[in-house]
Design a protein around this ligand. Structure first.
Ligand code: SF4
Ligand code: SF4
Length: 163
């Protein structure tokens, strides 16, 4: 998942949220994100999935890590891996026949926060939304009354970003 995106909010050290862009987002469970993306998983995600009885070769594309940007420190990197796809299609190996996630309760952080991502800058965490082309449920053309940016970012704060 490495789409360019738009910064919608900044989260300061005290978890104070500064809204930068009004958007409206409500997931419609279309599962597009499970079919078009390379899904990065970090070591904590892998441990959680292993704890539920899966073996590494069932869900990791390769056992060699790649480096992705850390959320903790600006310009630093952490090791990540990618989820495996089903044979001959681009769907995630955990997507079931009903287009539901088999590991929904302990899915990777990047899936839990999609279509958002977080990046560190000098003073805050930046919350970025991916473009509408990869998630049709994002509306970036809304006024303050319709916007749920703040509520969305508050929900994101229930996940542990700092690795
Ligand atoms: S693509 Fe967007 S709307 Fe569809 S399941 Fe993923 S997050 Fe939800
Ligand atoms: S782990 Fe679940 S939510 Fe994440 S891409 Fe796979 S099926 Fe979708």
């Amino acid at each position: 998942m490495n789409h360019s995106g738009t910064i919608i909010a900044k989260i300061k050290d005290d978890n104070k949220i500064e809204v930068v862009r009004d958007i409206f987002f409500e997931c419609n469970n279309c599962a597009l994100c499970c079919k078009i993306n390379e899904i990065p998983v970090i070591e904590k995600d892998i441990t959680r999935i292993l704890d539920h009885g899966y073996e590494l070769d069932q869900f990791l594309k390769e056992l060699s890590p790649v480096l992705i940007r850390s959320h903790q420190k600006k310009d630093s990197f952490i090791k990540a891996y990618f989820l495996k796809k089903k044979p001959f299609v681009k769907e995630c190996v955990f997507l079931d026949e009903d287009e539901k996630c088999k590991i929904h309760k302990y899915k990777p952080l990047s899936c839990s926060i999609y279509p958002f991502a977080v990046r560190k800058d000098d003073e805050s965490l930046l919350v970025i939304v991916h473009p509408k082309s990869v998630c049709a449920s994002i509306d970036t053309d809304v006024n303050k009354e319709k916007s749920n940016t703040k509520k969305t970012v508050e929900n994101l704060l229930s996940f542990e970003f700092l690795e």
